[in-house]
Design a protein around this ligand. Structure first.
Ligand code: ADP
Length: 646
């Protein structure tokens, strides 16, 4: 039988709803836990960010102080940075070759014009080249480097006009040894070397040309001359044509030069008292973001012009050290990282804290970011595991509880069903003999003169019906007493074989009319037992009665008394329907009837075998069944035997 529908609803209300509520509460708890952990992480990141900013500010303060000190020079400058000192008359860069060009050319002295008046009037007006050459030679011997340089330049020019190229080359070589003089804004030595190259090119002396042009390129790269942007471009252009290869500054070098130019322009265009004594500026030059940190005073500005690598390896490293274990990076105003990498994550992620440029006075935002979700704190993970285990246990408990409830309810329902079946069966059992009694009563009442033969027959039939009713009532009362545990047993020593014979005899009288042959066989020997004769008779009667009821077509029953070891065994055997193995255990339970018995409408109440087992157990014995469907059944009672001398 299945539990009714509303039982499931009840189950839902009692078990499933509280379980669901608990589960929901658990989930909320976990969520709260996670929020708390996130908050804690944010706090950690806030502190890390502050530590990082403080460390960086200290570092920058020290560096600014050093920049202000004219005796200080940086020990090592990374490849994408430069240390510059700006003065009104010159710009000094460390390391020397780092800047391809400067805000202004080097301020060198130019040769005066008037010593060369005579020479030039001979050269141009009188067209007397020999005379002018002679004057130039005299002037070139001057101890004054300026006059010497001016004379050498003109001498080479005149020689070229005269077509004496070899000599002109010689003179240019001499001029290339003159330093700290500039001619027309170009250092004299560079001018001389360029002129030599031009001459070599004219004469198609390729290998010499390439060698000398390469030497100029190398010196330019090494920062030998401080050229302004236009001069640099011009010379570089020439050298490139002579060499056939490019002499370009890298993006980084261009950016550094542009940054220095920016600072120089700012400095020279601001009145000295208004120019900030220290400052830091971050902006991209070309495609390269550059940071400029400067200190000014005493007619000079010293600056560290730093590229992205410097930012990363010096300042970010400093911040990272202080902010550890949080990860740090610098971001531009738009949030784009300018040094270090932003960890992947959504915008507005709580696991990210920043101090903006406005907060700190630094030119970029300092950001600290937390570990990803996969690295979340071990404590939280442990707590979650415990909670999940708790839920698992709860679920198992609820399931087990539900199953037990379901099973016991099912059982109760089955018992209720059995009981109602029992009541129906008992009523039915009563009805048959009562109907018979009423019939004979009616017959006796209606017929005034009943012949003695007929009267006897009626009488015998009535006696049988009464007997049956009596047995039924007795057996029900007995069953009731047994169930209540109040059935008294009066044990006495008796012969089990004799008792069995008597029961068979009596039973024969009951069933011979229906064509049954009941055999009773007793093995030779004594079968003394201590037993309640009435109870034991009832047990045997019940077994014989069942044998007859479930005999089907068969009409033979056997009762055998024998020994099994020291015990007395009484077996009742039929050749009827038999009992399926699945039912053999259950049929001893109260009210349980076999499926075949019910479906074939065989009368019965389901208490017969229960009483048999009860009685046998009260005697310290046992009852067992062997049966095969279609072959018949054998019920064997074994009772502890006693010897006569006992
Ligand atoms: P009932 O009043 O139904 O006979 P019992 O307790 O005596 O109640 O027997 C329980 C069930 O055991 C029966 O309904 C029947 O299915 C089965 N049974 C008992 N004895 C036999 C038998 N000799 N042959 C076949 N089935 C039997």
């Amino acid at each position: 039988m299945r539990p009714p529908r509303n039982l499931f609803i009840l189950f839902l209300a009692v078990v499933a709803l509280p379980a669901a509520t608990l589960l929901l509460l658990g989930v909320r708890l976990l969520e709260q836990d996670r929020a708390l952990a996130r908050q804690r992480q944010t706090e950690i990141l806030e502190q890390a960010c502050d530590r990082g900013v403080r460390a960086l500010e200290q570092n920058l303060a020290i560096l600014t102080k050093r920049l202000a000190d004219p005796s200080w020079a940086p020990a090592d400058i990374p490849g994408d940075s430069v240390y510059v000192v700006l003065r009104p008359d010159r710009v000094q860069a460390t390391p020397p070759g780092r800047l391809p060009y400067y805000p202004s050319g080097q301020m060198l002295r130019e040769p005066p014009a008037e010593p060369f008046g005579e020479l030039e009037s001979q050269e141009f007006r009188a067209q007397n080249l020999e005379k002018s050459l002679e004057i130039s030679r005299k002037l070139a011997a001057s101890p004054d480097a300026l006059i010497q340089a001016g004379a050498l330049l003109r001498q080479a020019r005149i020689l070229r006009k005269l077509g004496r190229a070899a000599e002109a080359l010689q003179v240019y070589t001499t001029l290339s040894r003159v330093t700290s003089v500039s001619i027309g804004g170009m250092p004299a030595d560079l001018l001389a070397r360029r002129a030599r190259c031009a001459l070599l090119a004219e004469q198609s002396r390729q290998s010499e040309l390439r060698q000398e042009a390469a030497a100029i390129a190398a010196d330019m790269r090494a920062g030998r001359w401080q050229l302004d942007r236009a001069s640099f471009r011009h010379v570089a252009g020439q050298v490139e044509t002579w060499l056939g290869s490019e002499l370009r500054a890298s993006n980084e070098e261009e950016a550094l030069a542009a940054a220095v130019a920016w600072l120089h322009q700012k400095w020279t265009s601001t009145p000295p008292d208004r120019f900030p004594s220290t400052g830091i500026q971050f902006q991209p030059f070309g495609s390269v973001p550059i940071t400029i940190l400067w200190a000014s005073g005493g007619g000079r500005v010293a600056a560290l012009v730093a590229g992205p690598r410097y930012l990363r390896t010096h300042w970010l490293a400093e911040v990272q050290k202080a902010a550890s274990p949080a990860r740090a990076y610098f971001a531009a105003n738009g949030g784009k990282p300018v040094a270090g990498d932003a960890p992947p994550g959504r915008r507005g992620d709580p696991r990210r804290v920043q101090r903006t440029a406005a907060d700190t006075g630094l030119p970029w935002s300092v950001v600290t970011a937390g570990a990803g979700p996969e690295e979340e704190s071990g404590e939280l993970a442990a707590r979650r595991r415990i909670l999940l285990a708790g839920f698992g246990a709860l679920l198992v408990l609820i399931s087990a509880g539900s199953y037990l409830i379901w099973r016991s309810v099912n059982r109760e329902l089955a018992v209720a069903r059995l009981q109602s079946d029992f009541v129906a069966a008992v009523s039915h059992e009563f009805r048959t003999p009562l109907t018979a009694l009423r019939q004979f009563n009616d017959l006796l009442g209606e017929e005034d003169d009943v012949p003695p033969e007929k009267r006897r027959t009626y009488y015998q039939a009535q006696t049988r019906a009464t007997e049956r009713l009596h047995r039924l009532v007795e057996s029900l009362l007995d069953f009731g007493r047994m169930e209540a545990g109040g059935r008294p047993y009066r044990f006495q020593r008796l012969d089990a074989a004799a008792l069995a014979r008597d029961v068979v005899e009596e039973f024969r009288g009951e069933v011979t009319g229906r064509g049954f042959a009941v055999q009773c066989s007793v093995d030779s020997g004594e079968y003394l037992v201590d037993a309640d004769s009435e109870a034991l008779s009832r047990a045997l009667w019940n077994l014989l009665d069942n044998g007859a009821k479930y005999s089907g077509e068969s009409r033979t029953l056997e009762l055998a008394v024998g020994r099994a070891d020291s015990a007395v065994a009484i077996a009742v055997r039929d050749h009827g329907t038999g009992i399926p193995a699945s039912e053999q255990k259950r049929i001893f339970q109260k009210f349980v009837r076999g499926e075949a018995a019910k479906s074939q409408g065989i009368k019965g109440t389901g208490i017969g075998l229960t009483m048999v087992r009860h009685i046998v157990q009260a005697h310290g014995g046992e009852v067992r069944v062997e049966s095969e469907v279609g072959q018949g059944s054998a019920f064997t009672i074994t009772l502890p035997g006693v010897t006569s001398d006992k």
